[in-house]
Write a protein that binds this ligand. Sequence first.
Ligand SMILES: NC(=O)c1ccc[n+]([C@@H]2O[C@H](COP(=O)([O-])OP(=O)(O)OC[C@H]3O[C@@H](n4cnc5c(N)ncnc54)[C@H](O)[C@@H]3O)[C@@H](O)[C@H]2O)c1
Length: 265
Amino acid sequence: MGNLTGRTALITGAAMGNGLGIARVMAQKGALVIMTDKSEQVFESARRLEESEKGVRTAAYQMDVTDPDCVRDVVREAEAAHGPLHILVNNAGVSLLTDIREMDEKLRKLHFDVNIQGAWNCVKAVLPGMMERHYGRLIHMSSVTGPVVCDPANIAYATTKAALLGFSKAIAIDTAEYNITSNAILPGYFMTPMVQLTAEETDPNDPQRVLDEIAESVPVKRLGRPEEIGYLAAFLASDEAAYITGAEIRIDGGSTLPETSCVGR
Ligand SMILES: NC(=O)c1ccc[n+]([C@@H]2O[C@H](COP(=O)([O-])OP(=O)(O)OC[C@H]3O[C@@H](n4cnc5c(N)ncnc54)[C@H](O)[C@@H]3O)[C@@H](O)[C@H]2O)c1
């Protein structure tokens, strides 16, 4: 028995990357994992997860977090089929670099729609049921980018990831008496398709160089693995974490630690 046995978790953006890592760990810890994604790849990812991990339980739905009607329908359908949702992980996100001089509106809209409005839509769909039942665990995937640090060309992404902290805290204070917690995870660099794309945008000729340099700049000398975010998310989703709410937790291999690159070296 894991510490999420009997719980049902809906995870957005679960077809790949961090969302898939979170789904894997939560399923290993006993949760019934409702994997959702805009991409139909989510069905194959859920099938493979069930194949590779003995005894885990998953369900998969195609869901675009930017479409409130679609989110509401999937939540209704999932709850009708699998019972009440206890856990929501707002993980779906996009990250594209943009020149500060352009402040491209299309790119701004895409980031705001997926990263902020998407999280809003999902909370709106699950919160009434959680408040009625006096139980809920809400986890939002922010980033160290925005709230703590920022590399160049990240204006659209960084803005959204900082916004999620206010969003998470506002939910935390309004739902604390309902036995609902709301917390934000702030990852550093994790090896996912998103980071592969960032490396390709940065140096189309040699993305591996970018990945190697990122790893070199992190005190633990590597990028994170999606399952490592999964362990943190699973803890925040457990009953043991009942006293943690409105928190922002960094998971970055120490990447935000160095104050200079010279002192004491
Ligand atoms: N990888 C990192 O280093 C890193 C660091 C900090 C924060 N994060 C955050 O972690 C989360 C996951 O990142 P990742 O690196 O796994 O990204 P990824 O691009 O590898 O995977 C993101 C998933 O979200 C899905 N998605 C995109 N738009 C969607 C939409 N409108 N509706 C539903 N699903 C949608 C994609 O199809 C994909 O499966 C994001 O919120 C990201 O900002 C990642």
